[in-house]
Design a protein around this ligand. Structure first.
Ligand code: GUN
Length: 286
């Protein structure tokens, strides 16, 4: 079964759009997401454009602020602080990566945790690991929603996650653990990786290496969630971390790239923005 994140995202965005109409009546204005893009990196420009398009589709107000590569860390901090204090702003996202002279961790920590729609702020990360709610990072959340949509039972399964990034590998591992899977976290330098991946009933791959997981590395019936977005060096086309053509013969469920996990990431960003908006509105109305 090839699961389309595109389809599920469209369905969920349709529901959110209807909710946003109701919230706008109730609270007097729609949710407002502000996205900051520093520099001109084409991949970042494309991601930010997608976020703006989805925001408008679900009825948000969207502001994209573009700043030159040369912006100083102090100026970016000041901009984020201004947005933190703005009662008309519900969600703040600073597109990563940032230029080398700006500390990403400093900027992430500057964003108010209540407006951190990425779920990257240390307080939201801590809340996830301590099971205290908070905003959950978009890609991991989207992976779990796709598994649920595909009817995959997570409880009791052996899950292997390849990748240990703060953005995907670690949080998706924690979410799987919280659903009572037994999780192994591996990476591209894990010894005998194929032996480990062949033991997986659910395999999540997020390392950013084109077609890294080949058919010989997976077992019959495996569920494969491919979070990679790469350019195939041979064709220049978008491809995942998994050799889709080879692995789809063995997998019971597999996500394509593009059209699998990617659209769900953006959809969960919309969900997180609504969550931040509702929390802020309800706090203000107390
Ligand atoms: N760059 C690549 N993915 C992401 C993301 O999910 N959030 C942000 N802020 N930047 C990114």
């Amino acid at each position: 079964m090839i699961i389309s994140g595109k389809e599920l995202a469209a369905e969920l965005k349709g529901k959110m759009a209807a909710d946003v109409v109701k919230y706008t009546e109730q609270y007097g204005r729609p949710p407002h997401l502000v996205v900051i893009l520093v520099g001109e990196d084409p991949a970042s420009v494309s991601y930010v454009t997608g976020k703006a398009k989805d925001s408008l589709e679900v009825g948000f107000r969207n502001t994209t602020i573009r700043k030159p590569e040369t912006i100083s860390e102090e100026e970016l901090v000041a901009l984020v602080e201004e947005l933190n204090d703005d009662p008309e702003v519900d969600g703040i996202l600073v597109q990563l990566p940032l230029p080398k002279h700006i500390s990403e961790s400093k900027i992430i920590a500057t964003i108010s945790h209540e407006k951190d729609v990425d779920g990257f702020h240390p307080m939201n990360v801590a809340a996830l690991w301590q099971k205290q709610g908070g905003v959950v990072a978009c890609t991991p959340k989207g992976v779990i929603e796709l598994l649920d949509k595909a009817g995959v039972e997570i409880e009791g399964k052996r899950a292997v996650v390849i990748g240990r990034s703060n953005i995907v590998g670690l949080p998706v591992s924690k979410l799987l653990l919280d659903r009572n899977a037994t999780v192994t976290i591996a990476h591209s330098r894990t010894k005998n990786l194929a032996e480990i991946t062949r033991s997986a009933e659910i395999l999540v791959v997020a390392i950013g290496k084109p077609k890294f997981v080949t058919a010989d590395m997976v077992s019959e019936g495996v569920v494969i969630m491919d979070v990679g977005v790469n350019r195939d060096p041979a064709t220049g086309k978008l491809c995942g971390d998994v050799d889709f053509e080879g692995c789809k013969e063995k997998a019971s469920v597999i996500t394509p790239v593009p059209g699998g996990c990617g659209p769900m990431t953006r959809c969960c960003l919309m969900e997180n923005t609504i969550e931040c908006y509702l929390n802020l509105m309800n706090k203000r109305n107390k």
